[in-house]
Design a protein around this ligand. Structure first.
Ligand SMILES: C[S@@+](CC[C@H](N)C(=O)[O-])C[C@H]1O[C@@H](n2cnc3c(N)ncnc32)[C@H](O)[C@@H]1O
Length: 278
């Protein structure tokens, strides 16, 4: 029959794999998966396990993976799929001029301190890095470099490109949009002059190579620690402590930590709180 199809040039439809419309991991599979993610990527999703598992189930179906075993094997054998899974899990919300109080504190601090290098760990797609540069430029402070790092390679590529949606800029005053962005049909692209003072690296905060990034007088570590368990928070904060000089400032997101980490003291101002390395 197939030779007949060939003869008459009727294309053969490849045998289609049956992929279910829904997939549900049982308790044992879910436990193994969350443990694997913790071991492999250092991400602890115990507190958000139901939403995380649903996301992974949708990811599996989208990639035509029908069972837990198949997912496990595919991740082991395909680096690309593993990267896509990590990027899907870690993509997080971020936008320009988020938690603006910290930028006000920073601008004030730069009046009495010679700040040259600032780190955003994590930077996600760059909104925080460019917000700092715009805010400081508006405050009259020009010669600062801001480095962004993130575990997610897709967001680092987006940060390097520097083009953003209307939504991402919704808190940015119109005059700053006009001054610092070029608008195409759909996106606002950051002025090229910022590309010389903004650097982005694909980097895990837990890796030893994080400690080689250099010294930064100010570090922003906002809206990431919330996803870590206490041991991971302490480890990440110890790594930050190691690359911050004495007197250096650390900004964390308001929901990130509920304790003052070792080696820091807490300062409270009208614009928000921050940590100073002892
Ligand atoms: C919600 S975004 C925060 C971005 C920005 N700091 C802000 O406050 O808007 C959280 C980011 O943390 C990143 N992340 C998670 N674990 C990480 C790790 N171990 N090392 C570096 N980045 C990590 C994720 O990839 C994600 O882009």
């Amino acid at each position: 029959m197939f030779s007949w199809l060939k003869k008459h040039k009727i294309p053969q439809t490849p045998l289609r794999k049956t992929v279910p419309k829904t997939l549900h991991f049982d308790d044992m599979e879910a436990k193994t998966l969350l443990e694997d993610i913790k071991q492999e990527f250092g991400l602890d999703y115990e507190k958000q396990k139901y939403t995380t598992l649903r996301k992974i189930e949708r990811f599996a179906i989208k990639n035509e993976i029908a069972t837990f075993k198949e997912l496990e094997n595919s991740i082991k054998t395909s680096k690309e799929l593993k990267k896509q899974l990590l990027n899907m899990l870690t993509v997080g919300e971020t936008y320009f001029y988020r938690e603006l109080g910290h930028l006000k504190i920073l601008a004030k601090y730069t009046q009495s301190h010679n700040i040259k290098n600032i780190l955003c760990a994590p930077s996600s797609s760059g909104e925080e890095v460019y917000s700092i540069l715009i805010y400081l430029k508006e405050a009259g402070k020009q010669e600062v470099k801001v480095t962004g790092i993130d575990l997610n390679s897709d967001v680092i590529a987006a940060a390097q490109k520097g083009c953003y949606s209307e939504r991402s800029l919704s808190l940015l005053p119109t005059e700053l949009r006009l001054k610092y962005f070029i608008k195409d049909k759909e996106h606002y692209c950051i002025d090229a002059s910022f590309k010389h003072v903004a650097n982005f690296y694909h980097q895990n905060i837990f890796d030893d190579s994080f400690l080689q990034l250099g010294d930064f007088e100010v570090i922003f570590c906002r809206n990431m620690l919330i996803y870590f368990n206490d041991a991971q928070k302490k480890k990440a904060l110890a790594n930050i402590h190691a690359i911050l000089p004495s007197g250096g400032i650390l900004f964390t997101g308001h929901a990130d930590i509920s304790f003052v980490p070792d080696g820091f003291s807490k300062e409270i101002s009208d614009c928000g709180s921050y940590l100073i390395k002892k």
